[in-house]
Design a protein around this ligand. Structure first.
Ligand code: UGA
Length: 443
């Protein structure tokens, strides 16, 4: 099939590369000339494992192209995916101005039937707005609108695309459903040739719904996962008060097949550009339809308090923070990404600096991005440089590199043997035996 993907962010680029990988002709369009220039040179604007090799392979094999011109993408394709950003406005509502702009451009340039698919995470009923916008244009061309939410995790996005746990398609008629079914059939039948294919899931459910339900599935899924994290973080606080261990509590809960262990890791909370933004957008859109989603407001409140809880623990260990040096390990919002958007590290550092502590940091891949955000911090080349002379070492992101730290060496470098672990990566008994003052979350 001939496909156009508009927006070459994380979602758009991964979607484009993967659709090309399963045999389609794909043109990825972005109005950011610098980004398209970078991509044309074979360089990736974001860090995502395997993306560079996948893009290179498909460009070399003549299936993947980049352009700054929407008209080129529209004229060459029958299926157009919208994957532009939907950032939060000040009140938390999703800003749909890029979606609207792109839709107007598609409508103006349509010369024959197009299937326009929402891939960006959008509030429910956006599809109806898009339909209205297309109907207002007098191009008299036939079109369908579909919603096809993505469930890609940063750091394993390509694997997730090619090995999905479900494919959701929201449509208004059979014609649109059939096009998308055909497009995804190599993934469902696992009939494409990729080294990234794994046989983890044998049967991939394909769920066909109306537009509104597909849109809601995305917001409801992310909010539910966020709720799971805030739930276990609330339990972690109770564990601390009563002398229980949240890791054991989560383990005991996770054996229940109705609960499962995933997303029950207590810590400094969730970040990234999906959960915080989608939670707010879901609360806002629910409010617009006169539903006060108080449950999700509480999920958000618990999460916002996590960095403060971590800093409180540093204070409990050090008493006064002023003029102390705090070493921070991990800046990205989670491991295997350089994404700093809504990363808990930002608020942790902000709170420490408010108390006039000095901050040293290290992250395996996110330091370049961090330099655009963080002020007055010292960057270490490795975890040991950060530990050297610090009064406490704080784990904010659970990179595997930190799990494998030489703890004896780390202890000898620290000014005082204090580790505050915002991700519960170490065994408290072992840390005690090694002579650390070890503080974790909910243990
Ligand atoms: C999330 C969803 O997992 C994807 O399914 C979805 O497609 C994506 O958002 C999106 O909407 O685009 P992602 O933001 O990449 O993916 O990250 P996750 O792996 O879900 O982690 C989110 C945050 O939750 C991270 O900060 C992580 O550290 C935190 N987390 C996760 C916890 O604090 N505890 C846990 O048990 C799990």
């Amino acid at each position: 099939m001939n496909i156009c993907i508009i927006g070459t962010g994380h979602v758009g680029l991964v979607t484009g590369a993967c659709f090309a990988e399963i045999g389609n002709q794909v043109i990825c369009v972005d109005n950011d000339e610098e980004k398209i220039g970078t991509l044309k040179k074979g360089k990736m604007p974001i860090y995502e494992p395997h993306l560079e090799e996948l893009v290179k392979k498909n460009v070399d094999e003549g299936r993947l192209f980049f352009s700054t011109l929407i008209e080129e993408g529209v004229s060459k394709s029958s299926v157009i995916f919208i994957a532009v950003g939907t950032p939060p406005k000040e009140n938390g509502e999703a800003d749909l101005s890029s979606v609207e702009k792109v839709c107007s451009q598609i409508a103006r340039n349509m010369k024959d039937y197009k299937l326009v698919v929402e891939k960006s995470t959008v509030p429910v009923q956006t599809g109806q707005w898009i339909k209205r916008l297309f109907n207002l244009h007098d191009s008299h061309q036939d079109f369908d609108i579909a919603s096809n939410p993505e469930f890609l995790r940063e750091g394993s996005a390509i694997h997730d695309f090619l090995n999905p746990d479900r494919i959701v398609i929201g449509v208004e008629n059979e014609r649109a459903a059939n096009i998308l079914k055909e497009l995804y059939s190599p993934i469902i039948k696992r009939s494409f040739d990729s080294s990234l294919k794994s046989s983890l899931v044998n049967h991939i459910p394909l769920l066909i719904t109306d537009l509104q339900s597909a849109e809601l599935i995305k917001h409801a899924s992310n909010s539910f996962l966020a709720a799971k994290i805030s739930f276990i973080n609330a339990v972690a606080d109770i564990c601390e008060r009563v002398g229980a261990d949240v890791e054991k509590v989560a383990q005991g809960m996770g054996y229940d097949p109705r609960i499962v262990p995933a997303f029950l890791e207590a810590g400094v909370g969730f970040g990234g550009f999906c959960f915080p933004k989608d939670l707010q957008a879901f609360i806002q859109i629910a409010g617009k339809f006169n539903y006060d989603f108080a449950l999700l407001k509480e999920v958000e409140r618990i999460n916002k308090d996590r960095p403060r809880r971590l800093v409180e623990k540093i204070e409990e260990a050090l008493w006064v923070l002023k003029d102390k040096t705090i070493g921070i390990l991990g800046l990205a919002f989670k491991p295997d990404t350089d994404d700093m958007r809504f990363a808990p590290s930002i608020e942790v550092i902000n709170l420490l600096q408010k108390e006039k502590a000095k901050v040293k940091v290290y992250d395996p891949v996110a330091m370049d991005r961090a330099k655009m955000i963080l002020k007055n911090v010292e960057y270490g080349k490795n975890p040991y440089q950060v530990a050297e002379g610090s009064n406490a070492l704080v784990i904010v992101t659970e990179w595997s590199e930190f799990r494998d730290l030489d703890l004896a060496k780390t202890k000898s470098l620290l000014a005082s043997p204090i580790i505050v672990d915002g991700r519960n990566i170490f065994d408290p008994a072992k840390m005690k035996k090694l002579g650390f003052v070890y503080k974790a979350m909910g243990r």
